[in-house]
Design a protein around this ligand. Structure first.
Ligand code: GLP
Length: 248
């Protein structure tokens, strides 16, 4: 594992940790473990954070207390029931909450199809005292949560239309059938994500390299919503060399 001081000047508050793909989970888990007993954890779905959640489950077996965590998910597809295994609600339940012993009443996933549903989600986060550590992945087009390019820094939890490229990337979870992939999602906004006290971005693989490079070293712009992370005072990027390839 190495720190990448060459990237730090991009944003003094951003640390970039390069490690082997199979170490990403443990490095990210070190950060999450700091709030494990009673913190508010913002969780991303997708494949990138799977190793992190697996690491937390292993640590729980070794004695880490995770049952007191409260979870807030980043986003959810519009139109899928919470029982649908392709829903993010099902992912959060089966991959994170149940293996970590977190009771269902302490788990929130955006739900609904209106901006009023988004506003209710914002209130729930505020009532919990805000997010202590927010885990994010990055989409190939620079999206965080489902904030597609064009999402500005002021956005809050709302209904968004998904880019076709995002739907294509996620079609693998829908039998490879693009027509089954929902067209809309309810997602925390960029401002919501930036409200977290600490952010951990996990990324692996060359498919993320271009988006990650412009997020870290490019201009801060809605063209790459992940670039707004440069404005946050405490971001740790945990990525493998392939994801950071274009930064060399
Ligand atoms: C989805 C999610 C994002 C996630 C992204 C990357 O679109 N809404 O929250 O970060 O995909 O997913 P993966 O980690 O599987 O590449």
């Amino acid at each position: 594992m190495t720190l990448r001081p060459d990237l730090v000047p991009v944003s003094p508050a951003t640390r970039v940790v390069t490690c082997a793909a199979d170490e990403i989970g443990e490095v990210a888990a070190d950060i999450v473990a700091t709030i494990a007993s009673d913190g508010v954890l913002g969780v991303a779905t997708g494949s990138s954070p799977l190793a992190l959640y697996a690491a937390l489950v292993r640590r729980r077996a070794e004695g880490l207390r995770t049952e007191g965590l409260r979870l807030f998910a980043l986003d959810e597809y519009v139109g899928l029931s919470t029982d649908d295994p392709r829903s993010y609600a099902a992912y959060v339940r089966s991959v994170i909450a149940e293996p970590l012993g977190i009771p269902a009443e302490n788990v929130r996933v955006p739900r609904g199809s209106t901006d009023a549903d988004g506003a209710a989600y914002e209130r729930a986060i505020a009532e919990a005292g805000g997010v202590d550590v927010q885990v994010v992945g990055i989409g190939r087009n620079g999206h965080i949560g489902f904030n597609e390019p064009g999402s500005n820094a002021e956005t809050r939890t709302r209904v968004v239309e998904l880019d076709e490229s995002t739907r294509r990337a996620n079609a693998e979870h829908f039998d490879g059938d693009l027509t089954q992939v929902p067209t809309h999602a309810l997602t925390q906004g960029v401002a919501t994500i930036l409200s977290a006290r600490r952010i951990v971005l996990v990324a692996a693989g060359s498919a993320k390299a271009a988006a990650l490079r412009s997020a870290l070293a490019g201009p801060v712009t809605a063209d790459n919503p992940a670039s707004f992370l440069q404005r946050h005072p405490d971001v740790t990027v945990v990525a493998d060399p392939d994801a950071l390839r274009e930064n060399r």
